[in-house]
Write a protein that binds this ligand. Sequence first.
Ligand SMILES: [Zn+2]
Length: 172
Amino acid sequence: MLREDVNARFETGFLRCRFVSGRREFSFISGLTHRAILRDQEAAPVPVAEDERRTWWMFRGRFFWEDDGLTADEVRALIHERDRRRRRRIDRAIDLMLADEEGAGGPRREPIPEDVRREVFRRDGGRCAECGSDELLQFDHVIPVALGGASTPENLQLLCAPCNRAKGAALA
Ligand SMILES: [Zn+2]
């Protein structure tokens, strides 16, 4: 099993630093070792810490742990597969949402270009910008169209239907 560890990081101090995962702190390493890790992890996953069960790896700025005793190539392959699955899931979600909106009809107004929708959806991670929900998502103009807001990524965000309604009520 391989998991991304979003609570992992290097805590750097003067001349030395250590790897931390959540509240777990590992042994100090030298600044030299730390710099070597940062350099090497751009090309391939680098093991940065281990305990009785898990090995932590760093790859292109992200941290992962696995408990299968994997090689760097295997870790890299699994990360690639995870990222590909995630991208496919997001693409499918966008397609579904676009299809639903087209089917819904409703008041017609200048549609948001599809590439803009995709960019906003990816940027917001497929979640409501207010509450983080991934259901009933809608594109919201931060500055409403009626007030001159443009359909640009900068002026668009994902909101779930309840948050969008709450915002509409606040503006009314
Ligand atoms: Zn929400």
